[in-house]
Structure formats: C-alpha cells, structure tokens
Design a protein around this ligand. Structure first.
Ligand SMILES: [Fe+2]
Length: 403
C-alpha cells in the first residue's frame, strides 16, 4: 500500500503472454474498490481458484460481557492464557462493526495457511520475532513492529523460539496512512512522523513448486472456511503493485512535541474506518516553563479510547503495568488521577511506549475482558494516596503523558 513494489519476474506489459518453461502463467489482479483502488498483479503457477476439497465452515462465536455499570475499565492482560497458533490463538477482548481487538500469545506453529477474506489486519508485535511467510514473499518481524496485512493475502506466521505476544486489530475496512501525512501524489511529507524508508515490504520471494495437500483457512462471512489445495499456495513467480503486506516499527515513529501539550492526533499512526491507531513513544515533554506536561481532562463524547501499555515507567497505584489495557468509554470525562498533574510539573521527558486505538462507535466487551477487568479502576480518581500512609510525593504513581 505505501508505494510501488516489485518482486520476482513480471512481463514487460500487463495482460500479455507470460510463460515459465513453456507453461502459460496465471495472472491475478488483486485490488480494492472494484478496479479503482490500489492493486497488485501476481503471476501464479496455478489458478488461485483451484481447490480439491471444500472443508468445514466454522462460524465465529463471540461471548459478550455486558457490565452492570458504564465505567472506565482497566484490564490486566499479561497473564492472558497462552496457546494455539497465530490465528486460532487470538483472544478477542473488544469489538464493534469497525474493528476487533484481540490478544494473542501463540505457542504452536501454524499447520495451515490463513487468508483474511473480509478485512485488513494490523498485528502489533509486543514480544517475539520471526517471519510472516506470504504470497508476496517473506516479511521479517521483530518486537515493536506493526505488521500490516491487507485482505486477500495468504500467509502464515513462522515465529522464532522466543515468547510471542501480539495485539491484533482486524477491520472490515481498509488500513491506510493518514491522508494529512501525504501529498497529492502519495508521498509522505516532511511533517509526517515517519517516512517511506521506515516502511518495509516483503524482502524475498520464494516460489514453491511442491504439490500435495495444503490447507488454507479463509475468514469469510463471519467465520472460517477451510479449503484443501493440491499445490503450495505460495506459487507466485513475481508480482508488482501497491497492495502487499508491510511492517513499520513503533520505534521508528518520530514523536511530535510542542511548547505546550500536543493532542492525541499528533500520535496517529494508522487510519481505519471510524477508528485510529496511535503510537505513544519516548520523547521530550512540553518545554514551556508553565506547561502541564500531562493531559488535561477530556470528555470522549463520541469515542472510546483503548490504550495498551507496552513499556515504560507508568507503574502506579492504579495498577497500570506492562500489558495493561485501559478503556475510557464514550460519554465520560477522564484525566490524570489526583496529584499527578502537580507531580508532572517540571518533568522534561517520558520513556513510555503505548499503542492506542480510538473508535468513534462504542466497543462491546467479551467475557474474557470481564475476567481481566480489575473492577477498581473507576474509583481511582477518588483514592487518596495519603490514606495508605504515603504523601502524594511518595506515591509511586507513574506520570504518563496520556490517560
Ligand atoms: Fe484520553
């Protein structure tokens, strides 16, 4: 999506004869919005329609948790059960019609290939490294990477031996780079917090010629349809275009800072339909002598604000820790807990790392979210640190630059 790429062999012109060892290759145009959106053209050894067996259809079943009270929530996810592979190990936490947000701690290899036929995916890699093998070639990933996979991409995760932990976003819409970062030709402009060099396309294309049974699971129509092929689905000899999976590291996000507080849109990384994904990265804080370096109270009257805490110094009495998720739902004000604004005065930098997703329609919660809810966060603005024998200065609450 970010810019034109080409890997392997493609003919000089589109839609002309292209052979390998005398065999006519199968050309596939894979694109969006009819034939008006971005597209890539792939050249296969076999027809991508070819299947030898239609397997099971497994509908997606969501177990909803409807809390008794509408309130700010804090979910502690570090110990969310590990298991499954990079697809069936996804544990849904919250969702609406625009986005689904899951956690995944896979422990098993993918024995099958996967394709999301009804949505784009962004997989934030909190822990672990490896390679996403795809129709478009190999995509290495490392901690801190956002792996962006457009719908229609057949892939499988091949993790290395380390612990893997992902935060997964799936959307029926398109994941894009915010329009305000790009000029009319699509190039990222000077004020954008990242540049094309920071976006990484597949590095190597391996054309698999092996036959035999290969299983592909495709997410379609609210479930997973299994297909059996008699060839390896990575049979592409070359492709070019604007549609392909890519990675961007949160560590390459260049924070935008100001004399006084910069609002959350300055942290925006991706755009989806009715939601945004933002990156909060280590940076210098506001430098006016009178600046309050942490946010003012704000009312998310039309949006839900979900923050996943990746790393940093936000250990606090609220219990915020690595792997915590806070959810500030629409209709309620939120802001720093008592004492934190005062405590932040004079601070010059923050070392936090967090991923935020703001949705413009309400999020629904799953039973798993109910299990992980600490049940206390809504009262954290009413707590007084001195009641446990500490003064506000002794309170270990971390000063985050977003709340
Ligand atoms: Fe907020």
């Amino acid at each position: 999506m970010p810019f034109y790429q080409r890997l392997g062999d493609v003919p000089k012109k589109r839609h002309v004869v292209f052979r390998e060892n005398g065999t006519l290759l199968t050309e596939e145009v894979m694109g969006f919005e009819g034939f008006s959106g971005l597209e890539s053209i792939l050249y296969h050894l076999h027809s991508p329609c070819r299947v030898i067996e239609l397997g099971e259809f497994e509908p997606i079943v969501r177990e909803e948790w409807v809390p008794d009270a509408h309130a700010h929530r804090h979910f502690t996810t570090w110990d969310v059960p590990a298991g499954g592979n990079a697809i069936d190990g996804r544990r849904l936490l919250m969702w609406n019609d625009d986005v689904e947000i899951s956690l995944c701690r896979p422990t098993e290899p993918m024995e099958h290939f996967f394709r999301n036929g009804e949505g784009d995916e962004v997989i934030f890699v909190h822990r672990g490294a490896g390679t996403v093998e795809t129709t478009f070639g190999d995509l290495p990933y490392a901690p801190g990477d956002y792996v962006v996979i457009p719908r229609g991409t057949t892939y499988r995760f091949v993790p290395d031996a380390d612990e893997q932990r992902y935060l997964v976003f799936e959307t029926p819409g398109l994941i894009t780079i915010p329009k305000r970062y790009r000029n009319e030709h699509g190039q990222l402009m000077e004020h954008a917090p990242y540049y094309h060099r920071d976006l990484h396309a597949p590095t190597e294309l391996h054309t698999h010629r092996d036959r035999g049974e290969h299983v592909v699971k495709v997410r379609v129509r609210g479930g997973y349809q299994t297909y059996v092929l008699d060839y390896h689905p990575f049979d592409v000899v070359g492709w070019d275009g604007y549609v392909y999976p890519w990675t961007f590291s949160i560590h390459d996000f260049e924070p935008i800072t100001g004399r006084i507080h910069m609002p959350p849109p300055s942290h925006q990384t991706f755009q989806g339909p009715n939601f945004v994904i933002c990156s909060f990265c280590p940076r210098k804080l506001d430098f006016d002598p009178d600046a309050v370096p942490i946010p003012y109270h704000h009312s998310n009257l039309q949006s839900e604000e979900m923050i996943y805490y990746v790393d940093g110094n936000f250990s606090s009495r609220k219990g915020i820790e690595v792997g915590s998720i806070t959810l500030h739902p629409s209709g309620l004000p939120h802001g720093p807990q008592p004492g934190l604004a005062e405590k932040s005065l004079g601070l010059t930098e923050t070392h936090e790392l967090a991923v935020m997703c703001d949705t413009f329609h309400p999020l629904r919660l799953t039973a798993l979210a109910g299990d992980l809810d600490d049940g206390r966060y809504a009262y954290s603005w009413a707590e007084d640190p001195s009641t446990d024998g500490r003064t506000p200065d002794e309170d270990p609450a971390g000063v985050t630059s977003h709340l």
